[in-house]
Design a protein around this ligand. Structure first.
Ligand code: MRU
Length: 344
């Protein structure tokens, strides 16, 4: 199950808006195609967005027909368009910065084909790095998963949200394959239902025991003592550990805190943004009200009903037990330990 795959001269994107019942692919042949797929959430999840944007940058270089001396200007425009797709996940900006840096290294080459080849190598490296980071996150995270744990997760952080394997779901995968008899509660994740449509689908394929719940069931389950830990992903982690993630994450963190349940965030260091000191500086994406006014294509409220539809929320770091990265598990105080970890 791969969210994206480079196929010679185009990027094949599995359209996640159609899952789980239809496996429809988009053949993205231009950077504008990639941008459109990210905007429409055909591809989503912070690391997968970053990987897709990197290939979008390659397509931008490949499709350029103008004068050599104007290539830099064109790629600047490509970067602006790709960065404009979704504002919250920092992996998008991180991956495009990597691509831009690679281009700077290559730009003096005479041969335009060589430039594109070098850029493609960098895009492949971004995906490969993500794969490796996820495996390590799985191993570190597994250290805090107890046998027979009931784990609550939110949104989709699996193979579909990354280059492969997953972050929070990667830990769950590793725990299961290490022989632990875990059980997962997957929150459905209104309004786009990544938990119901994607996470439950991934868990089903991996034969990991799981139960789907509505988002509002989480508190009741905790009250009954049925959740041992919560593991979620992240779209951006500020220098003080505040974490932007799918809307609903904050509520889960507060509930977990009230019930003294460990709450872990799993993310590669490409999701850590030391340039912002706290979650207050994160731009939270607001999406179209139609996502809420309709359910599975059926209108459930009149058009005139006002809707507020933020795609993410910010969990203050005081609610976070640990941040699992490919370099290890970071514990509070995050303002000190995040920086220490990043320079390691
Ligand atoms: O709007 P989405 O589906 O892109 O949001 C995804 C999430 O919030 C994930 O939890 C996060 O990106 C981590 S994915 C490994």
């Amino acid at each position: 199950m791969k969210a994206l795959e480079w196929q010679g001269n185009h990027l094949l994107i599995l359209n996640q808006t159609r899952l789980p019942f239809e496996q429809q692919f988009r053949k993205a042949e231009s950077y504008l195609d990639v941008a459109d797929a990210i905007k429409k959430m055909e591809i989503r999840g912070a690391p997968a967005i970053g990987a897709a944007a990197a290939y979008g940058f390659v397509l931008g270089a490949l499709e350029y027909q103008g004068k050599d001396e104007d290539l830099s200007e064109h790629l600047k425009e490509v970067r602006i368009v790709l960065e404009g797709t979704r504002p919250t996940a920092v992996n998008l900006f991180w991956a495009l910065r990597r691509m831009e840096n690679k281009y700077r290294e290559l730009q003096d080459l005479e041969d335009r084909e060589k430039i594109s080849e070098g850029l493609l190598e960098e895009a492949h490296a971004i995906s490969e790095d993500d794969r490796k980071m996820n495996k390590l996150i799985g191993e570190y995270g597994n250290e805090v998963v107890t046998d027979k744990a009931n784990i609550l997760t939110h949104c989709n952080t699996g193979a579909l949200a990354t280059a492969e394997y997953g972050t929070a779901l990667g830990i769950i995968r590793t725990a299961q394959s290490s022989g632990k008899k875990i059980h997962v509660y997957a929150g459905e994740t209104r309004p786009v239902l990544q938990g119901a449509r994607l996470t439950a689908w991934e868990l089903l394929q991996e034969k990991i025991p799981h139960t789907l719940i509505t988002d509002s069931t989480a508190g009741y389950l905790m009250q009954q003592g049925k959740i041992d830990m919560v593991i979620v992903g992240a779209d951006r982690i500020a220098a003080n550990g505040d974490t932007a993630n799918k809307i609903g994450t904050y509520a889960l963190a507060v509930l977990a805190f009230a019930h003294e349940i460990p709450f872990y965030v799993a993310a590669p260091t490409s999701t850590i943004d030391l340039k912002i000191s706290s979650g207050a500086e994160v731009t939270v994406e607001e999406r179209d009200g139609a996502e809420v006014r309709f359910f599975a294509g059926i209108r459930i409220v009149p058009e005139e009903v006002d809707v507020y539809n933020p795609a993410f929320d910010i969990t203050p770091s005081k609610y976070i037990t640990g941040i699992v990265t490919e370099k290890g598990i970071i514990s509070p105080p995050y303002s000190v330990n995040l920086v220490k970890m990043m320079v390691k």
